[in-house]
Design a binder for this molecule. Structure first.
Ligand SMILES: *[C@@H]1O[C@H](CO)[C@@H](O)[C@H](O)[C@H]1NC(C)=O
Ligand SMILES: *[C@@H]1O[C@H](CO)[C@@H](O)[C@H](O)[C@H]1NC(C)=O
Length: 250
């Protein structure tokens, strides 16, 4: 099977207005359909064409045919979080480069309230319903192509000589994983063809630009010795896989 993995971030409108509702649509399209539409349909999404017009590359009919006849076997979904989308089509956009063209200001807060519980990583909030909505969106837009949740997980803050007992007692990670799995289950019960699920991550790791200051593992790693200790979440996940405990309902 050949597929591609998306950094599948979900967006909700900042306000319940037509402008912010379309901003959320555009944000999702510019983040996800940007990559998948050309592969699946040989075309960039309408929302992108309306804004970017002739700046977008076009596909010859031969290329289109090739793409349509050799669609992906699966879509990989890295789903961690959801942000609000604020329309900035007619105002000033102060957003990250990938969202400039979409005329969207992404934000994690509305009136000072975060969209979900903040985590140790900037921009990652706990928003379990985003998993169901993201997977359902992909199911509907891409004719229920098989999906794998290739990443989903929770970061803890860490520093040199952080107390190991606290890192091992990762109740917030269990809360995160169980609520996201419950949300995924709802999407699957409603027909989403999800074939697999991977936690990020089995082990604490070097986390890109955050280095060793974040720990995503369900196993603690002592970086000086490489010793590994299962966290509470590893025990919880093992029991879950053995069918020993139900996923928490949300
Ligand atoms: C790891 O080694 C460094 C350098 O020797 C030391 O400063 C640090 O305290 C050690 N960390 C732990 C968790 O033992
Ligand atoms: C683990 O954390 C929970 C919630 O913060 C706390 O109630 C519990 O006492 C902690 N357990 C241990 C062994 O530290």
């Amino acid at each position: 099977m050949i597929g591609i993995v998306l950094h599948a971030q979900w967006y909700e409108p900042l306000r319940d207005t037509p402008a912010d509702r379309s901003a959320a649509e555009r944000a999702i399209v510019f983040f996800n359909a940007w990559v998948l539409d050309p592969i699946m349909y040989g075309n960039y999404p309408n929302e992108m064409q309306e804004i970017l017009g002739p700046l977008l590359p076009t596909f010859s009919s031969e290329e289109k045919e090739k793409l349509m006849n050799n669609r992906l076997d699966f879509i990989g979904v890295n789903q961690y979080t959801t942000l609000y989308a604020q329309d900035c089509l007619y105002s000033r956009c102060n957003c990250v480069p990938s969202q400039v063209d979409a005329f969207v200001n992404p934000t994690g807060e509305r009136d000072g309230h975060p969209i979900g519980e903040p985590t140790a990583m900037k921009g990652i909030y706990v928003v379990p319903y985003g998993m169901e909505r993201m997977v359902t969106y992909l199911k509907e837009r891409y004719n229920n192509t098989p999906m794998f949740i290739t990443e989903n997980g929770y970061p803890d803050a860490s520093y040199d000589n952080a107390p190991v007992e606290d890192l091992l007692n990762d109740t917030k990670r269990i809360e995160y994983l169980s609520s996201y799995l419950a949300s995924l289950t709802t999407a699957m019960r409603n027909g989403a063809d999800v074939r697999g699920y991977f936690i990020w991550s089995l082990l604490d790791n070097f986390e890109w630009t955050s280095g060793f200051s974040l720990r995503f593992g369900i196993h603690y790693v002592h970086y000086n010795t490489s010793n590994r200790i299962p966290k509470l979440s590893a025990k919880w996940y093992k029991e879950f896989l053995e069918g020993g405990n139900m996923v928490k309902q949300i």
